[in-house]
Design a protein around this ligand. Structure first.
Ligand SMILES: Nc1ncnc2c1ncn2[C@@H]1O[C@H](COP(=O)(O)OP(=O)(O)O)[C@@H](O)[C@H]1O
Ligand SMILES: [Mg+2]
Length: 408
């Protein structure tokens, strides 16, 4: 059974429906990222799991037990917020000790002099002290224990918040955009550290973020959340290769997947603007569709094969290990634009503003119906990249630098 189970969870604030029938299962020891744009309900969901917010209907189960209505401290859950939420008047050591002091000692035992007159209290304080030192060592802040939060950098404060979360050895970590106040370099290194720490401790973690890189690099699985619903749950690879709808397709991948208007007529899949034939299907579905293709599956060539689309480069970006060519389709004043990812060496072979031919790599097509849902059709060249044979992929990679060189 899943460690955490969220079942048909609904929440409204007044007339605004914020969570709409959320279903999610998280395995023991798993690192699940909840990825979605700002305002889609991520924090609300996390707060409900933590018991900091009530829900209108549905259930949250942990280890099979229903958590609905339980106070946060009865849930064995630790939360790390973006704001760190440290007590400014306490030292780091005191901030770390606080959750244990509150859990392990009574109000009377917390009186300062009790450490001198009670051996029980004395032992508890020694235990808490060593737990503080252990937690501080785990996130490498041992030398900061006597400082106050104001004397720490953002990254150090964030570590203190992490140490405070893990000191209680909770069954579940909930992290709400914990890295968003850090600069890019620190964010990248802290990402790795958090994942390593979580794997070492084996504690289940739910990590909320709007940053696809964080979700893709850290999580075992990602739940894409759009507008109060879970659009898709899967590994980064699964979502990237087979997005279940247009939102998931656009939310994962940089630059975004190209989306064009298309049509299916009598088993022929075409690009609407140019009529270019993209694929054939045996399925009897006719009508307008959306055609998605990731930038690395667009091939640019200087020779014009039959069926290729003439495109004009509008803008180029050199990014070191790769280059992006933004293009317009249809000549004249193009009203459809797209982007192709290619090897940076290929840039030199292409004059800015030149008209080249674009075709789509077989197997890289994603088709969506008008409501945005993925269409799974049977037929030629319709399987997404993930399901193409490895040999096809290898060829695809080998081919990558070639398109623009060919014919020049
Ligand atoms: N306590 C609240 N009262 C009223 N509206 C709220 C409250 N908390 C969140 N909301 C609203 O719910 C929506 C989702 O918010 P939130 O869960 O914070 O989204 P996210 O974390 O994905 O950015 C937003 O429109 C927000 O304004
Ligand atoms: Mg939030």
């Amino acid at each position: 059974m899943a460690h955490i189970q969220i079942q048909d969870l609904n929440k409204s604030f007044g007339d605004t429906s914020v969570l709409r029938g959320i279903d999610l299962s998280i395995h023991e020891g798993e690192f699940l990222a909840i990825l979605g744009p700002s305002g889609c309900g991520k924090s609300t969901l996390l707060r409900i799991i933590a018991g900091l917010e009530t829900h209108d209907s549905g259930h949250v189960r942990m280890g099979g037990s229903i958590m609905d209505g339980l106070a946060p401290k009865a849930r064995d859950v630790a939360v790390v917020f973006q704001s760190y939420a440290l007590y400014p008047h306490m030292t780091v050591a005191q901030n770390l000790a606080l959750p244990l002091v509150m859990r392990e000692t009574t109000r009377v035992q917390r009186l300062p002099f009790m450490g001198h007159i009670s051996s029980v209290v004395k032992r508890k304080r020694v235990d808490i002290q060593s737990a503080v030192e252990r937690a501080a060592a785990q996130v490498r802040i041992a030398e900061l224990l006597d400082r106050k939060p104001a004397q720490l950098s953002g990254g150090q404060r964030q570590r203190v918040a992490l140490a405070r979360a893990l000191i209680r050895k909770p069954k579940l970590f909930l992290l709400d955009e914990p890295l968003s106040n850090l600069d890019a370099t620190l964010r990248a290194s802290t990402r790795t550290e958090i994942v390593q720490l979580q794997k070492r401790l084996g504690t289940t973690a739910i990590y909320v973020t709007h940053d696809q890189t964080e979700a893709m690099t850290m999580a075992d699985r990602i739940a894409i959340m759009i507008d109060g619903r879970v659009a898709q749950v899967g590994t980064a690879r699964e979502i990237y290769d087979r997005p279940k709808d247009v939102h998931a397709a656009l939310f994962v991948g940089t630059p975004k997947m190209n989306l064009f208007d298309g049509r299916i007529d009598g088993g022929v899949v075409r690009l609407a603007k140019t009529g270019m034939v993209l694929a054939h299907t045996a399925d009897a579905i006719d009508g307008p569709i959306r055609v998605g293709i990731r930038p690395e599956h667009v091939v640019l060539k200087t020779e014009f094969d039959e069926g290729a689309i003439p495109v004009v480069e509008t803008h180029r970006e050199f990014l070191g290990s790769e280059a992006l060519i933004h293009f317009g389709i249809g000549g004249g004043a193009p009203d459809i634009s797209g982007v192709a990812r290619l090897d940076p060496d290929a840039l030199d072979k292409l004059a800015p503003g030149q008209t080249v031919s674009a075709c789509f790599r077989p197997g890289g097509l994603h088709l969506f119906d008008q409501s945005g849902l993925r269409l799974e059709l049977s037929g030629e060249n319709l399987s997404p990249a993930a399901t193409t044979a490895l040999s096809d992929k290898e060829t695809a990679l080998d081919e990558r630098p070639i398109p623009i060189i060919a014919g020049i």
